[in-house]
Design a protein around this ligand. Structure first.
Ligand SMILES: Cc1ncc(COP(=O)(O)O)c(C=O)c1O
Length: 370
């Protein structure tokens, strides 16, 4: 007997499209017969610095233990995080990237008949995590590209169990301040878990963007998720974490894979967390690269969405897909965001100064061709 295994998938999954990642350098090199060394990839909000030398040294040391399972409780990393984040060890959940934390939340708290609320133009994994467990995604229209928190509040109903909010948001880079967050948290019903996704928080230091950890003690329905993929430069290793009450952490711990974070990732994350110099350098590079791109956009007469992340969405005032293709032919990979409801924008990750220049030069050329 044969079955239609698409039709047999649960309805939420049938309606999903797979996550579209940034185009890999080798793929473009193969397709256009380009030298991979000459390709610039500014498409996945990766850290252009290369990994911290301290993290690399920790990985080398850990290689001797590859035959062993990792510490399934991630004691060393959790201890460091607990200290740095001013929480107890049992409030920390480790994930295979912060993506894993989002999925653990969905698996633990969502189900058919329940829903998750999130914003238009929000991170693509929120609908995937929600619909994969048969729950309904309630998407709230954005305001000025960012989260409309009062509207999100109004969208919460008795079947809502999770709200995903990202600060700053990807792909828009938009953010909200402490007062708006506090007002929102005060009004969210106690039965709704608020996932505050702070994947890019390290880049926003010194700005008016709040530190979610400051709200943990007051709001037991808050979970803050963070990652080592961005400012800590370890995207390939897949390590992130959630901070919540011990009760929520215990629940997430029940559904996670026993060894969800590998030992190289654990060792590297511990070392990266202690490498303050690397973090400072990441921030500085991001800050100057952001200025460089904005100056370039200004020169080209283009506008953009102000961003507190390590990326920026430029408005091309026309459908962006042909420009994206033109940039590919110039060996520059950025990210189209039409699938985020932003057909006229391209999202560009802040690169090294020379990479930013290559992108701006390629953009100038492609736009001039018309
Ligand atoms: C807003 C946001 N949240 C979470 C993630 C997941 O990152 P990771 O799984 O690498 O920690 C990303 C990655 O791009 C992101 O942009």
């Amino acid at each position: 007997m044969s079955g239609n295994f698409l039709a047999l998938a649960q309805p939420g999954v049938q309606q999903l499209s797979p996550y579209v990642p940034g185009k890999p350098v080798d793929e473009l090199a193969r397709e256009l017969d380009l030298d991979p060394a000459k390709i610039v990839k500014l498409a996945s909000n990766e850290n252009p610095l290369g990994a911290s030398p301290k993290a690399l040294a920790a990985i080398r040391e850990e290689l001797a233990e590859l035959t062993r399972y990792p510490d399934g409780n991630g004691f060393a990393l959790k201890s460091l995080l607990a200290e740095q984040c001013r929480v107890d060890l049992n409030q920390v959940t480790l994930g295979n990237g912060s993506n894993d934390i989002l999925e653990l939340v969905a698996r633990a708290y969502l189900a058919p008949g329940l829903n998750a609320v999130f914003s238009e133009h929000a991170f693509a994994v929120y609908p995937i995590a929600t619909q994969a467990v048969g729950a309904q995604a309630k998407v709230v229209p954005a305001k000025d590209w960012g989260h409309d928190l009062p509207a999100m509040l109004a969208a919460i109903d008795t079947n809502t169990r999770v709200v995903f909010i990202a600060n700053p948001n990807n792909p828009t880079g938009t953010w909200f301040g402490a007062e708006a967050l506090d007002e929102f948290l005060q009004d969210v019903p106690e039965h709704v878990l608020v996932v505050l996704d702070e994947a890019y928080i390290e880049y926003a230091e010194g700005s008016d963007l709040p530190d979610g950890l400051d709200f943990l003690a007051a709001y037991p329905n808050l979970l803050v998720s963070r990652t080592f993929s961005k400012a800590y430069g370890l995207a390939a290793l897949r390590v992130g974490y959630g901070l919540s009450t011990a009760v929520v952490a215990d629940v997430l711990n029940r559904v996670r894979q026993p060894f969800n974070v590998n030992s190289l990732a654990l060792a590297a994350a511990c070392a990266a967390l202690k490498d303050e110099e690397y973090l400072a350098q990441s921030r500085q590079l991001n800050e100057s690269g952001m200025q460089q791109l904005q100056a370039g956009f200004r020169e080209l007469g283009l506008s953009w969405i102000e961003s507190k992340g390590n990326f920026i969405c430029v408005d091309l005032a026309q459908v962006a897909a042909p420009i994206f293709q033109g940039l590919l032919r110039e060996g520059v990979i950025v990210r189209p965001v039409a699938n985020y409801g932003m057909p006229n924008h391209l999202r560009v990750t802040i690169g090294l100064p020379a990479e930013n220049s290559r992108f701006l030069e390629a953009l100038r050329k492609v736009l001039a061709r018309g």
